[in-house]
Design a protein. Structure first.
Length: 156
């Protein structure tokens, strides 16, 4: 099984997160500049499904094949909506997402939820510096645990 596109997707998500104006990674807490209160609620409530996971993987593979950057988090973005708008401003990225039945907002939200679950599994609970609420839906942790190999994440 060729896992390279999925690993590439996960790496782009991780790299994009590092480029956000965050004080700490998910394991350390998320800067209030990176996520609005509504974003935090949306990420916490979002449940990753097999259907969305398959669409995201297909879109990522398609983007890689076409040489299109499909980074879900944009440097300087202060919300998920700003990151989604930046994707929509790239016609090739917008078209790839649309062709796989995704909106840019759903792609960014699914990416944030996936990354949050991965980071929680790897490094511990993801906490907001402001209010201490968990930013990860327990269902997403279970989902990611089932898909660790597909995501290219080791158990260490």
């Amino acid at each position: 099984m060729n896992r390279k596109p999925t690993k590439s997707y996960l790496k782009s998500v991780a790299l994009a997160l590092l480029l956000l104006p965050v004080g700490h990674a998910f394991s350390q807490g998320i800067s209030s500049h990176a996520l609005t209160p509504a974003d935090k609620t949306a990420v916490r409530q979002y449940v990753i499904t097999e259907a969305v996971f398959d669409k995201v993987r297909a879109a990522s593979k398609d983007a890689q094949t076409k040489g299109v950057e499909l980074s879900p988090f944009k440097p300087g973005a202060h919300s998920l909506d700003e990151s989604a708008a930046a994707l929509d401003a790239q016609p090739a990225a917008h078209d790839i997402l649309k062709s796989h039945g995704l909106t840019s907002h759903e792609y960014v939200l699914a990416s944030a939820a996936t990354l949050g679950a991965v980071m929680t599994l790897k490094y511990g609970k993801a906490k907001s510096k402001n209010n201490g609420d968990e930013l990860v839906n327990p269902a997403n942790i279970t989902f990611v645990q089932k898909h660790m190999d597909e995501l290219g994440v080791d158990d260490n």
